[in-house]
Design a binder for this molecule. Sequence first.
Ligand SMILES: C[S@@+](CC[C@H](N)C(=O)[O-])C[C@H]1O[C@@H](n2cnc3c(N)ncnc32)[C@H](O)[C@@H]1O
Length: 186
Amino acid sequence: MELGQVVDFYDRHPINEGQILDTRVSFVGGDAVRLPFRTASFTACLSQEALLHVPDKAGALAECARVLIPGGRLAFTDWVAGPRLSPGERRRLNEWMAAAGVESLEGYKRLLTRAGFGAIEVEDLSDWWRRILRERLQMYRGLKAETVARFGQARYDEYDQLYAFFVGLVEAGKLGGGRFSATRGG
Ligand SMILES: C[S@@+](CC[C@H](N)C(=O)[O-])C[C@H]1O[C@@H](n2cnc3c(N)ncnc32)[C@H](O)[C@@H]1O
């Protein structure tokens, strides 16, 4: 999907009638470890499958704590590593998907505590993700003829190999998903 299509959808979506979103939503580019916002300026902080790309997770969580008011809530989803994820597999995830660091469920709990968060809730989404990714791999393979016609056999093979590797890690319990929420201490 082109960016223009997303904007078009946003403009025409019923929720934006009367410019509701125009007055409540703005987009600001920035680095997660140096958020361009004032201290204690938000009641909630959300992230979806982005922290895996940030090597300094302690720094990113410290920034979330900084910009939240005391009692503000942080919620995020991310990939999580199982104990058997090997250094070689981590390297390949980094080279292929820019997964600069994959944390474990327990590791995230420790990092959140150290960053000053309490009331930490952790949900393991791995079973759910496994089903979704298995279906997605089948869907991509079902589109083989069209994909090869459009991008060529070599590109199809390269992507299929890498995606199968990724899904294989999830099938083997070496990689999964987690949903986290936590409250910034006072
Ligand atoms: C897998 S995408 C997820 C995007 C979106 N949250 C979603 O679920 O569709 C990962 C996102 O992380 C962002 N990202 C990676 N490193 C970042 C950093 N250091 N600071 C801020 N964002 C970063 C990328 O720009 C990208 O938009």
